[in-house]
Design a protein. Structure first.
Length: 259
């Protein structure tokens, strides 16, 4: 049972009022907590500070508006509370991986990239990795059956935004391994894209199976990171949105393949 279940109500409240100002005081008052106590338990439960979570949800809203409406990029920025077009474009690019305009134009390319992955016949089969420092290895499985590709990566924050520091694609459930990982703190996250999905399904990945480590993985030059056993699951209410463009990650993987 998750602790601090009242945070679920705050998350629902954020979703209902995303187009309104949501200062910390308003969120804390909604559950009758002090701002300090609320911020502490929100971050403990979700992994992110409350206002960072709000900004994340607004960028997710921007992705939706870019693909589902003809609104200008400037108007979309204003819709999510960004008065400056430059600031909106910079933040979107940093956290999604492409500019707002590029993201809007990727729908056809996205389906082509998924078809290219489906046609691959040569995938590197990974065997259980030997335990050694500066290696993060494990096994990924799923609560739901699916045929498709798994995108898995190590991120600097407990949210899949920006390009992963280390990332790859897997053709199925099973082993994964990242070697020569620089000493630091990482969060392991993954999602799946089924072969039958349309571009919109994974450009706006509301329903894709996913997993994330809420606790950081610490890499040092001398210690061995424990084997990571992770399970893809249907989205939970407290899962942050997947901001990074999955189409971009597919393309980066394809470009690394031998020609």
């Amino acid at each position: 049972m998750d602790r601090y279940t009242e945070i679920d109500e705050v998350i629902a409240y954020i979703h209902r009022h995303l187009d309104e100002p949501l200062p910390l005081s308003r969120l804390a008052n909604h559950v009758a907590y002090s701002q300090y106590h609320f911020a502490r338990i929100f971050k403990e439960r979700i992994g992110l500070p409350p206002l960072y979570y709000v900004s994340t949800m607004r960028l997710q809203r921007a992705k939706d508006l870019l693909l589902r409406t003809n609104m200008s990029v400037r108007d979309i920025g204003l819709e999510i509370g960004q008065q400056s077009l430059g600031t909106f474009s910079t933040r979107f690019t940093e956290r999604v991986g492409v500019s707002p305009s590029e993201f809007r134009e990727t729908a056809q390319l996205a389906e082509d990239r998924l078809r290219s992955l489906q046609q691959l016949t040569e995938w590197t089969r990974l065997h259980p990795a030997p335990e050694r420092p500066m290696t993060i290895a494990g096994t990924i499985e799923s609560t739901e059956p699916f045929q498709g590709v798994i995108l898995i990566g190590l991120f600097a924050k407990p949210i899949p935004e920006g390009l992963p520091l280390y990332g790859t694609l897997l053709p199925s459930q099973g082993n994964f391994c990242f070697t020569n990982v620089k000493p630091g703190t990482y969060y392991l996250m993954a999602t799946s894209v089924a072969w039958g999905m349309q571009a919109m399904d994974f450009l706006l990945p509301y329903e894709t199976l996913r997993t994330r480590s809420k606790k950081p993985i610490i890499v040092t030059p001398t210690t061995i990171v424990p084997h990571q056993q992770v399970t893809l699951h249907v989205p939970h209410p407290d899962d942050p949105p997947i901001l990074i463009s999955l189409s971009l990650l597919m393309n980066r993987f394809i470009q690394r393949l031998p020609q």
